[in-house]
Design a protein around this ligand. Structure first.
Ligand SMILES: Nc1ncnc2c1ncn2[C@@H]1O[C@H](COP(=O)(O)OP(=O)(O)OP(=O)(O)O)[C@@H](O)[C@H]1O
Ligand SMILES: [Mg+2]
Length: 244
């Protein structure tokens, strides 16, 4: 094992230090995140669970470098992200994170292949390399034969697999999934969850955001948030026991 690898295992991939996100609504303040401390290491599969309004999307936007906290520090891969400007955040996102959303967000006027190539294009990867990487990602999710289809010529499950391929294509350090099964029937949800688990088995770090306890139980570690604060953080078995 080389030194870098050892260093990687000790340094958290994600380190959220006393994170607050406060919105001023007239004379009242809304503390969407109210002092969150969380470390996530390479290779983990973590579910962040909580009911509607608990602050999940707020923390996911911070973890995903889509937004910065009002107060507190966010260290992603050893880099302080909490004070970055928009263009720096975009660069970190492109290099580090693969996003999977509830609405697949595939562009309707682009083929499946072009959709999967898009983040690689933003990352500045050349044309032929891009195509090769995108086809490989489609192969990993088992829909390479559909590469030339438009999104509306794919089933819901295939579209979500396409969005997973898009998230995977650049070999990101982190796969961040926000309610990835929210728009799917139970059979397709099962496929997507199995797939996230497989990605984790292959060594990928997966963070899954959900309001659904059963979905959260697919992860290895569960972090529960309530009113912007962490109220549980532990292995899935312990979470399961705490819920009954
Ligand atoms: N831009 C904003 N301005 C003011 N308040 C906001 C803003 N964004 C979120 N909030 C508030 O912060 C709290 C947390 O919102 P958040 O979207 O993180 O919840 P959530 O857990 O993702 O909920 P859901 O499961 O419904 O998506 C809520 O009370 C919400 O009303
Ligand atoms: Mg939300």
């Amino acid at each position: 094992m080389d030194e870098l690898k050892i260093e990687d295992e000790k340094t958290p991939l994600i380190n959220l230090i006393d994170i607050y996100k406060i919105y001023q609504m007239g004379s009242t303040e809304v503390r969407a995140n109210n002092g969150i401390n969380l470390k996530i290491y390479h290779g983990e599969f973590v579910a962040i669970v909580g009911k509607s309004g608990s602050g999940k999307s707020t923390i996911m936007n911070i973890i995903g470098a889509l937004d910065v906290p009002t107060k507190g520090q966010y260290i992603l891969k050893g880099q302080d992200v909490s004070t970055m400007k928009d263009d720096e955040l975009a660069e970190v996102r492109n290099r580090t994170i693969g996003f999977i959303f509830q609405q697949y967000n595939l562009l309707a006027k682009q083929t499946l292949l072009e959709n999967v190539e898009l983040p690689l294009l933003y990352a500045g990867i050349g044309k032929s390399k891009r195509k090769q990487m995108a086809l490989e990602a489609l192969e990993r999710v088992g829909i390479q034969d559909k590469w030339n289809n438009m999104p509306n010529q794919l089933s819901g499950g295939q579209q979500q697999r396409g969005s997973i391929a898009r998230a995977l294509a650049g070999n990101p350090s982190l796969i961040l999934a926000d309610e990835p099964t929210g728009a799917l029937d139970s059979k397709t949800s099962r496929e997507v969850l199995d797939f996230l688990r497989k990605l984790n088995d292959e060594g990928n770090t997966v963070v899954l955001i959900t309001h659904d306890r059963a979905v959260a139980e697919e992860a290895k570690r569960v972090v529960k948030i309530h009113d912007g604060q962490i109220v549980f953080d532990g292995p899935v078995d312990e979470y399961r026991r705490s819920q009954t």
